[in-house]
Write a protein that binds this ligand. Structure first.
Ligand SMILES: Nc1ncnc2c1ncn2[C@@H]1O[C@H](COP(=O)(O)OP(=O)(O)OP(=O)(O)O)[C@@H](O)[C@H]1O
Ligand SMILES: O=P(O)(O)OC[C@H]1O[C@H](OP(=O)(O)OP(=O)(O)O)[C@H](O)[C@@H]1O
Length: 214
């Protein structure tokens, strides 16, 4: 007899929308609102256990089958690809991965372009496709500072409202890819726990469809 299905959720920005989606799908998400902030949550009335992780760890847990399913940003899947099935675009967490810089700069005129980014793989592959040679300067955050400080020519980063770019005098020069939250599934669970996994996928996809049609 197999235990409960385990779903790994990304803490932080994606959390609220994920909880809302699960609630709309009929799951009792009260335990997640507990101020004690447990990282393992039982869902009353549904054979499901939820764990809370950072995005890149969500994909790792699902890859290793410790979690059967996960909710994670497409940026994470592109930057650190894992052998998991991506089964649904959940729609929320929408933003863009973009190249940004100061208005005066015309990047294509430079020979070796210096790129600051938290996403070195996405950045490198984008410029490789264009045949532009680059030096990638990996950052952990506050990426917008890099061109202002002369550390890089441009940045590759997530743009949602555009407020951070605007506040720092930067503009989008190119859009690389649309990002949103994705539902991922462990490859073995997809086969061996097909019925339970598909039931949860169907439940969530139905809510995504309803939300899209609203
Ligand atoms: N404005 C945004 N900035 C960053 N991520 C966003 C934004 N809007 C939506 N997202 C999505 O939310 C996901 C989680 O972002 P969040 O900032 O909570 O975690 P993170 O990227 O691990 O950052 P941190 O290291 O600051 O915790 C991202 O992977 C991305 O898919
Ligand atoms: O277009 P906006 O709505 O302004 O959102 C984009 C900003 O949000 C993210 O930063 P985050 O807040 O995660 O900070 P950090 O990357 O500096 O840690 C991202 O790296 C951008 O800086």
């Amino acid at each position: 007899m197999q235990g409960k299905i385990r779903l790994a959720l990304t803490k932080g920005r994606l959390e609220k929308d994920t909880v809302q989606l699960l609630e709309k799908a009929g799951l009792n998400m009260e335990t997640i609102k507990n101020p004690q902030r447990k990282l393992i949550l039982d869902i009353p009335g549904y054979p499901l256990e939820i764990i809370l992780l950072k995005g890149s760890d969500v994909a790792t847990y699902v890859e290793h089958g410790v979690a059967d399913l996960g909710v994670v940003g497409k940026d994470v899947l592109l930057e650190k690809p894992k052998p998991v099935y991506e089964v649904a675009d959940l729609g929320f967490g929408a933003c863009r991965m973009a190249v940004a810089g100061e208005t005066s700069l015309c990047p294509d005129n430079k020979k070796l372009l210096r790129i600051a980014s938290k996403y070195p793989k996405i950045a490198r592959e984008h410029f490789e496709r264009k045949g532009q040679s680059v030096e990638i300067i990996e950052q952990q955050g506050s990426v917008e500072l890099a061109p202002l400080m002369g550390l890089s020519d441009v940045i590759v980063d997530i743009v949602e409202t555009g407020n951070t770019l605007k506040a720092n005098g930067l503009i989008v020069l190119e859009e690389i890819v649309h990002i949103s939250a994705r539902l991922i599934v462990n490859k073995v669970s997809y086969k061996t726990r097909r019925i339970e996994v598909n039931a949860l996928i169907d439940l969530l996809e139905k809510q995504v469809r309803i939300r899209r049609e609203q």
